[in-house]
Design a protein around this ligand. Structure first.
Ligand code: ATP
Length: 458
């Protein structure tokens, strides 16, 4: 890592801290993600989902993984550097983004998703923090939970960030697919247009309730399979007619509402595919340029931002609101939902987002290794300190490894592994599949192995 000069920490996620750095050899500005757990073999690093999936992606709207370096059992990802994430852009804003801006970003992301889904991967953890922006270009990042569609269900070990989590995952379906990314994109689009999360559930049950409050409870017609899933787990949907999006999102064009409504369909089969979304009237006037024929700019491929033809819809001033503290499962009336979602006076919100670590552990004792994080995702904002989680790793007294360097160049990716000569503790596998769900039991299926508390002050 001597080749890199670390400049500033720009992100602190559950699995790694991210730094802006300079490659001293060529002056290139890069992002260095230093993973928090230790890695004792090169094979272990290469089997990481983040490495396996990212190294196969070559798209102008997917953040490039340039190198993987293992040094002294610490794993570093060297990535192209992006200025900020979408959440950071949203959090200090008072005035919602224009539809033209949202259209431009979403068009790029749907292109990345179409590319990724067509290649048999889905992201599984789309959220504003994982969408990185530099000027008018936006890119998908954090492939820690990415999965191959062809991998064999059941997918019991995954829990994405709750606010963007699809209902089939909330209902613990063991079979799901790229439609979970489409749901998340519907929620993200709505948030960009209003500056308020669409379904800010404080627990899984509350998450479902909030979804019902907006799109109405599912029935045989809208999601027969969901009713069976609910029955299997002895869950009863609240019977709510729903506000409908148009009532929750005033001042948003009918095309945008139509697209968000279809993305946020109960039934995953009824959600459009990413490639279909690119044809939606909301994106009329946007031109899709296949990645293969795009010109490269500054060494990095760049998607031409979409040039929308629609009128720019500006919104009234809105502030972020308080969702109160955790464990609120009380039913919200349609009116209170709306007033919550569009409140102009609230100043603070606090939520708990749980997500699963990406690897499975078999040992029940590892339940105690839960991550607890209090964080403010926006690291680049003065006055928003990040409280990091800590995780102690048991000492296993592994034998010392010889210093070695392996370089594996695969298209744009090089992998370097260098181990030290001192004895080292081994890291437990980040666990999954353990712990209690905050929903309806089935403790083995949605374990909150990773708990995050996001506290935002606006
Ligand atoms: N290539 C990059 N350029 C600039 N900033 C980045 C880059 N990659 C990540 N970041 C910043 O670091 C933050 C955390 O990164 P990332 O999501 O990859 O870590 P993580 O540990 O997997 O996080 P999570 O808690 O979401 O799982 C991002 O939200 C973003 O703000």
């Amino acid at each position: 890592m001597d080749r890199f000069k670390m400049i500033k920490e720009v992100g602190d996620g559950t699995f790694g801290s991210v730094w802006r750095a300079i490659n001293k050899q060529n002056g290139e500005v890069v992002a260095v993600k230093k993973m928090k757990r230790k890695y004792y073999s090169f094979e272990e690093c290469m089997s990481l989902r983040e490495v396996k999936s990212l190294r196969r992606m070559n798209h102008p709207n997917i953040v490039k993984l340039k190198e993987v370096i293992r040094e002294n059992d610490i794993l570093y990802f060297i990535m192209e550097y992006m200025e900020c994430n979408l959440y950071q852009l949203m959090k200090d804003r008072v005035k919602p983004f224009s539809e033209a801006e949202v259209r431009n970003w979403c068009f790029q992301i749907f292109q990345a998703l179409a590319y990724m889904h067509q290649r048999g991967y889905f992201h599984r953890d789309l959220k504003p923090e994982n969408l990185l922006v530099s000027k008018d270009v936006i890119k998908l990042a954090d492939f820690g939970l990415a999965r191959e569609v062809s991998s064999v269900p059941p997918y019991t070990e995954y829990v994405s960030t709750r606010w963007y989590r699809a209902p089939e995952v909330l209902l613990q379906s063991s079979v799901y697919d790229s439609a979970v990314d489409m749901w998340a994109m519907g929620a993200i689009m709505a948030e960009l247009l209003t500056l308020h999360p669409l379904f800010p559930g404080t627990s899984e049950a509350d998450e479902i309730l909030r979804i019902c409050n907006v799109i109405g409870s599912p029935d045989e017609q809208s999601w027969a399979q969901g009713l069976s899933l609910a029955e299997t787990m002895k869950y009863q949907f609240p019977q709510v007619r729903g506000n409908q999006l148009a009532e929750v999102m005033t001042s948003v064009s009918s095309e945008a509402i139509d697209l968000i409504s279809s993305l946020c369909s109960w039934d995953p089969c009824k959600r459009p595919k990413a490639a279909e979304v690119l044809q939606h009237t909301f994106f009329q006037g946007c031109t899709f340029v296949p990645p293969t024929v795009r010109p490269k700019a500054g060494g990095l491929p760049k998607t031409p931002p979409c040039v929308g033809v629609k009128g720019v819809s500006e919104h009234g001033i809105a502030r972020r609101y308080s969702t109160g503290t955790l464990s609120t499962t009380k039913a919200l009336s349609a009116a209170s939902l709306k007033s919550n979602a569009l409140s102009k006076t609230g100043v603070q919100r606090k939520l708990q987002m749980d997500r699963q670590a990406p690897q499975k552990s078999k040992k029940p004792t590892e339940i105690n290794n839960r991550l607890t994080t209090n964080r403010v995702p926006a690291k680049n904002s003065p006055g928003h300190p990040v409280l990091r989680h800590s995780r102690s790793l048991p000492d296993t007294g592994r034998a010392a490894h010889k210093v070695s360097t392996i370089t594996d160049r695969l298209s744009n990716l090089s992998v370097t592994s260098r181990t030290r000569t001192t004895p080292k503790p081994s890291a437990p596998l980040l666990k999954a599949g353990l712990g209690k769900s905050d929903f309806l039991g089935k403790s083995d299926e949605i374990p909150p192995a990773k708990r995050l508390t996001r506290k935002l002050v606006s």
